[in-house]
Design a protein around this ligand. Structure first.
Ligand code: ADP
Length: 468
């Protein structure tokens, strides 16, 4: 069975969040299953990976976007170094950029990406069994293969769409229809939602099946999905919740080259302490106190707007008996407020930016990882932290609900219900109580490290779905 994963992100080439981790790992694990050949197609980016690896040109052609003629080149990474065939689509001016997102003309960018992929496949007569589309950036592929005469060759190819984050739907004005490849115009309703072109809605309508990255998140979409609630209820018959795994080869505390002190579950307590001491020294924190960490985008869906108040309140309430370290970036108000607190409190440090190495060090050093998410489709941070012996303190929502059980019911993490400062600080107080009980803390470190979040099970679930 041949599967093409279509995505704008893929670790380690271009990563903004969890999407990259999933697309960098899932095909690798699928390829370990007999009879499966999974590949990845993504845009070309000016990233170190493309200069450090050799590529060959496998296709050179043209597409039309409105009255513009765009050159499309498809480059294949020669050595399959990532454990799957990697194809990168290059379109000068649109798909040869530094980063995946943040451009004014992103609607043109993603339309060209989708059209370029399908044009290449038709021209080269590549007919996969499954086109697996990830998030709204490739949300119109299912519509295009079924309703654009130009892609008639792919008409009977099955499509699966995965919603990694339903907060982003790629809505655009109907003027953009002029830049679509020609389609059966009476089918326009399959792209429409509330008078706008909505690629994510179109994916739900047109894909043969769609998935969310946890079961908990799928349930939540029925009641809160930025306007698509009724649609997801209507299309429920082809919806599946499949929890993400983690790449246990990349995220292995025993071999992770980004850590100062590697460890396994036997020497975790001592080695984590050394990692923590080093990190605390670097950031002026106090290694003898418990260390809470947050890693992520400063967005309201992550509850990041609550962090400044959580910092001052938890430090005040505990009379300075804890450390907090935050790594992330995003909303400028939050960034500035946290920077201000970094100067005010000796128990608090923030590092602004996207820093892969530092994130690994924090997972290995912290005692507790905070995730006050309002919305969390799956969440990978909690799984990484658990693998690195760090106890997750999470809001009971989406994928966090599916992966972190509270110690009060036999789990190895801490849950709280509301995304509010008081609830978070209360959960932190519970964590402090645990921290002071040495044996319990050690047991929890071991219990967390022993959870199995590897991709094998979920990779099998996707294959079963494709076969279905
Ligand atoms: P998202 O909604 O952002 O995709 P996930 O929990 O699914 O959230 O995945 C987040 C991924 O991005 C994790 O691998 C996490 O370690 C990483 N990450 C987030 N912010 C940063 C940062 N500032 N520096 C390094 N890694 C980060």
């Amino acid at each position: 069975m041949v599967i093409y994963h279509l995505s704008t992100e893929c670790y380690p080439i271009a990563k903004v969040g969890g999407l990259a981790d999933v697309v960098g790992a899932l095909p690798k694990y699928q390829n370990k299953i007999k009879g499966i050949n999974a590949k990845v197609v993504m845009p070309w980016y000016n990233k170190p990976f493309v200069y450090d690896h050799e590529f060959e040109l496998v296709f050179d052609g043209f597409i039309h976007q409105g009255s513009n003629m765009l050159q499309v080149q498809v480059m294949k990474e020669k050595s399959d170094v990532l454990g799957f065939e990697l194809y990168m689509v290059k379109i000068p001016g649109l798909l040869d950029r530094d980063n995946p997102y943040g451009y004014q003309d992103e609607s043109f960018q993603f339309l060209a990406f989708q059209q370029g992929i399908l044009h290449w496949m038709c021209a080269m007569e590549i007919k996969p069994d499954i086109l697996h589309c990830h998030d709204y950036h490739t949300g119109l592929v299912a519509f295009m293969v079924k309703n654009c005469p130009e892609f008639q060759f792919l008409k009977d190819v099955k499509t699966v769409g995965t919603i990694h984050n339903g907060e982003y739907q790629g809505m655009m004005s109907w003027n953009m229809a002029n830049y679509m490849p020609a389609f059966d115009s009476y089918k326009w309703g399959l792209m429409d939602w509330n008078g706008m072109m909505n690629p994510l809605a179109s994916m739900i309508k047109c894909a043969d099946a769609f998935t969310t990255v946890s079961e908990g998140y799928l349930e939540e979409l029925f009641i809160s999905f930025r306007g698509l609630e009724s649609l997801v209820r209507q299309e429920f018959g082809k919806a599946y919740g499949i929890i993400n795994g983690i790449d246990t080869e990349v995220w292995n505390p025993a071999t992770d080259p980004m850590l100062d002190f590697n460890f396994n579950s036997e020497n975790a307590v001592a080695q984590k302490k050394k990692n923590k001491e080093k990190l605390c020294k670097e950031y002026g924190l106090k290694p003898n106190l418990p260390l809470f960490a947050f890693i992520g985008r400063f967005a309201t869906e992550k509850g990041a707007d609550l962090l400044p108040d959580v910092v001052w309140k938890s430090i005040k309430q505990s009379y300075g008996a804890l450390n907090i370290m935050i790594l992330g970036s995003g909303n400028t108000y939050i960034e500035n407020k946290l920077k201000e607190y970094d100067y005010t409190y000796t128990n608090f440090a923030v590092d602004l930016g996207y820093k892969e190495h530092l994130s690994h060090k924090i997972y290995a050093s912290a005692d507790f990882l905070l995730m006050p998410s309002r919305v969390e489709p799956c969440g990978l941070n909690q799984m990484y932290s658990m693998r690195y012996g760090t106890i997750p303190v999470v809001r009971y929502t989406g994928g966090l609900k599916d992966t972190v059980e509270d110690i009060s019911t036999g789990g190895a993490g801490l849950n709280f219900t509301y995304a509010g400062v008081d609830d978070i600080v209360h959960a932190m107080n519970r964590a402090l109580g645990i921290y002071n009980q040495k044996k319990m803390m050690e047991d929890l470190i071991h219990a967390n490290m022993n959870f199995d979040f590897s991709w094998e099970k979920s990779a099998e679930k996707y294959i079963a779905l494709y076969k279905n």
